[in-house]
Design a protein around this ligand. Structure first.
Ligand code: 3HC
Length: 278
């Protein structure tokens, strides 16, 4: 089975890595060659660390890396049996990617979108094979996190759902069926909690106190502010805005502090500054 992953950002890179680690030949497609270079460098660094810690052999690392190829051309997905789109959470961008994939992919190719909350039915409608489109929500970091939410669009067939589920399970992940409503399951619960943490910081609490309280009081591996920095303030704000617009409910109002931080370019770990400095 040949896999194509579209997008070399944090999620696309992690999903590409996971597919290769699970034994699949995988081509990563991104129109920005620079993003792929960064992704390659990060993966090598990650593997070097694992080799140094004795958790991976140099031979195994080389085998995994050899299963990954890179292309800036969508035509590279022509012989794929399954494609996972993992470009940024912008509906118009994702629709454009799906329409391009529809033009190059084999008729029986499964089309998966990695999205944290967008409508699968809407993405599917950008193709002439909406029944073959299904949503998969991986969590960051994709190779580490055990869960993948599966989201069926209005016309996704049972056959496509079962094939997608069995593929995800072959990656060593556990799936849950999530409803096609903003935030699915995890983000609908998790992101408002992170948003509330941002409101508390805006009101004067220190991020350290908020994080320590939640880590020590609820055994979270990372506090909510640390986690927001980790996934990206912009990503978290976009998810919260998706909940707000999707449910038309003021209880999902994004915290103004997050909006100010994004405007200032404070995007969390990836920009060097978020609730904390990196
Ligand atoms: N990519 C791949 N692997 C990674 C990684 C990355 N970015 N970061 C860490 N890892 C691996 C490490 O290589 C290590 O593997 P090893 O045990 O084989 O050496 C393993 O993860 C543990 O890493 P560390 O020992 O460096 O660090 P920790 O033990 O502190 O764990 C963590 C790091 C797994 C990230 C942990 O802090 C954690 O679980 N944090 C919470 C993550 C979380 O909640 N994610 C969900 C975010 S919400 C989301 O994704 C939804 C989206 O829509 C916004």
């Amino acid at each position: 089975m040949k896999i194509a992953v579209v997008g070399a950002g944090l999620m696309g890179s992690g999903i590409t890595q996971q597919c290769a680690q699970s034994g699949y030949p995988v081509v990563n497609i991104d129109t920005f060659a620079a993003a792929q270079e960064k992704s390659k460098t990060n993966l090598k660094l990650l593997f070097d660390k694992k080799i140094a810690k004795g958790k991976l052999t140099a031979e195994d690392a080389a085998e995994v890396l050899a299963r990954i190829s890179y292309s800036t051309d969508y035509a590279a997905a022509a012989d794929a049996d399954l494609v996972i789109e993992a470009v940024p959470e912008k509906i118009e961008l994702k629709k454009e990617v799906f329409s391009k994939l529809d033009g190059v992919c084999k008729p029986d190719c499964l089309l998966l979108s990695n999205t944290s909350g967008l409508s699968i039915s809407e993405l599917a409608a950008a193709t002439k094979r909406p029944q073959q489109v299904i949503g998969t929500h991986f969590f960051y970091p994709a190779p580490v996190m055990k869960l993948v939410e599966l989201i069926r669009g209005l016309v996704t067939t049972d056959e496509v759902y079962l094939k997608a589920k069995s593929f995800i399970e072959s990656l060593g992940k556990t799936t849950v069926d999530a409803p096609e409503y903003p935030g699915f399951i995890v983000n609908r619960i998790l992101v408002p909690m992170q948003n509330e943490a941002a409101f508390m910081v805006m009101e004067g609490c220190s991020p350290e106190d908020v994080d320590n309280a939640m880590k020590l009081g609820t055994n979270m591996p990372m506090g909510p502010c640390e986690l927001t920095d980790f996934v990206g303030i912009d990503v978290m704000l976009a998810t919260m805005t998706g909940l707000y617009n999707g449910f038309h409910d003021s209880k999902y109002r994004p915290c103004p502090l997050l909006e100010r931080m994004v405007k200032a370019g404070h995007l969390g770990r990836k920009s060097g500054q978020g609730f904390y400095k990196y």
